[in-house]
Design a protein around this ligand. Structure first.
Ligand code: TGC
Ligand code: FAD
Length: 392
């Protein structure tokens, strides 16, 4: 059955013509080109290898950046692309988030002219793939404790350490790697390095056995005396604020993206419960079922209004990271709840991959954890409103 959107509060009227055009383009692309194949990719644990170039051709990669072949869209148009991709699968949205917000964005914001010229046009076209290495086996929520280090030795940086849980790691032509850099002068500081695939001393290993984001590649990055030229470092970022600045972009996209997953689950549950009869009538005719459907719709509507407003604040340069945390925390929560509710309403059918909700439910467990866990966003907001840090 064709997907017609979920828009109880006429939010469509708040969108610009450009945003509506982007929505229609990606809605059609997702329905016609991605939906028919996603179930098989999830079942077999494969990433659709043609996706990067197809998204590149549509201007979806680094869509909110300007120059270097990027589309230069506003924040909400970018968010709408994430929404439509995640309506298909969080793993596909993850690929686009990482490529645009976590790799192209830091190169654009912190990179040298040569780094921008080398990577951004090819990445915008989807001809080069990137990954973002911040998390380590022992440092996830607390990336400031990272052990990966880069030592300046003569005219080289020498990188040692390990990154884990890295989206697109095994596919990437270039890794943005955050490391504690010792240049011989003063205190070490966190810096970002661009490490091309094939550099001696750099290997990757894909993580197998995921029940979540199966259509996305997740990998370890291993650096053993990996020697890099001095110009491998991005000149514009020093300290943890460098990687955290990228996370603001990606978390914004996720806040939009998960609405897509929630809409897909709501739509599936509504259609299913209207069709399926138990006892005397369709399931949708029972009060308990209606309450669940109404809760889902109300949650989706609140999520839509939150990100629409956040996007407008971002456009005006006024969005604060703590507001992004609220949107990520709230919207992932409601999406996960919608997926679990849809799974429940589909009964036994909800546990098969003939339907979407079980796949979204498993995917959203990762989304709840990555880009700052639900707890981290709670503490970020807690600190903001009380003035007291509860991290340490
Ligand atoms: P803290 O002392 O608070 O801050 C250190 C420096 O960073 C600045 N800062 C920020 N800057 C920009 N944006 C933000 N959101 C920022 N938050 C903090 C801060 O002002 C300070 O700057 P300076 O110049 O004064 O030094 O740092 P902390 O060590 O206490 O940590 C804070 C905390 C816990 C919030 C942070 O570490 C955190 O966000 N942890 C969660 C880690 C995380 O989200 N990892 C995500 C990895 S990437 C990923 O998951 C990709 S998934 C794939 C996909 O997207 O699809
Ligand atoms: P931990 O930090 O060990 O947390 C475990 C639990 O403890 C959580 O519930 C957490 O909220 C809680 N906790 C931790 N500290 C506190 C505290 N102070 N107070 C209260 N509770 C606390 N990372 C990248 O760098 N790049 C990527 O591309 C990337 N892609 C990913 C893809 C997938 C599929 C997944 C699952 C993860 C990915 N990550 C990536 C890693 C992700 O960002 C981390 O998993 C996340 O930051 C949490 O870290 P952790 O898994 O080590 O959990």
């Amino acid at each position: 059955m064709a997907f017609n959107g979920v828009d109880y509060f006429a939010i469509d009227e708040l969108l610009t013509d450009e945003e509506r055009m982007v929505r229609d383009t990606f809605r059609r692309f997702v329905d016609e080109e991605l939906m028919p194949h996603i179930g098989q990719h999830f079942r077999h644990g494969t990433f659709p290898k043609d996706l990067p170039r197809r998204l590149g051709a549509l201007g979806a990669l680094g869509a909110s950046l300007t120059g270097y072949g990027c589309a230069g869209l506003g924040p909400n148009a970018y968010g709408i692309i994430m929404q439509e991709l995640e309506r298909c699968d969080s793993g596909l949205r993850s690929f686009a988030s990482v490529q645009g917000s976590l790799v192209m964005y830091p190169i654009h914001a912190y990179g040298s002219d040569a780094q921008k010229e080398r990577w951004l046009p090819a990445m915008a076209r989807g001809e080069a793939i990137g990954c973002f290495g911040l998390t380590e086996p022992d440092f996830g929520s607390n990336p400031g404790g990272m052990l990966t280090n880069a030592k300046r030795v003569g005219d080289r940086w020498v990188l040692n350490g390990e990154k884990r849980w890295i989206t697109s790691g095994g596919l990437a032509d270039v890794a943005v790697v955050w490391a504690r850099a010792h240049d011989g002068d003063g205190e070490p500081a966190i810096r970002g390095f661009l490490v091309p695939r094939g550099t001696d001393g750099f290997t990757t290993r894909d993580i197998e056995g995921k029940f979540s984001l199966r259509a996305s590649v997740t990998s370890e990055l291993i650096f053993q005396d990996c020697a890099l030229p001095l110009d491998a470092v991005m000149p514009g970022a020093t300290g943890l604020r460098g990687p955290l600045g990228c996370l603001n972009q990606a978390r914004f996209g996720i806040s939009w993206g998960v609405i897509g997953a929630a809409m897909a689950c709501y739509d599936e549950a509504l259609n299913y419960t209207r069709d399926r009869k138990q006892f005397s009538r369709p399931l949708a005719g029972y009060q308990l079922v209606q309450q669940k459907l109404v809760d889902m719709l109300e949650d989706i509507t609140s999520a839509q209004l939150l990100v629409w407003r956040l996007g407008r604040l971002k456009e005006a340069g006024k969005a604060r990271p703590q507001q992004v945390s609220m949107a990520k925390r709230h919207n992932v929560r409601i999406a996960l709840h919608a997926a679990r509710t849809a799974r429940d309403l589909l009964g036994a059918n909800g546990v098969t991959d003939e339907y979407q909700c079980g796949r979204h439910m498993c995917n959203l467990e990762s989304v709840f954890t990555y880009e700052g866990t639900d707890h981290m966003h709670t503490l970020i907001m807690g600190q903001d409103i009380t003035g007291l840090s509860a991290f340490e």
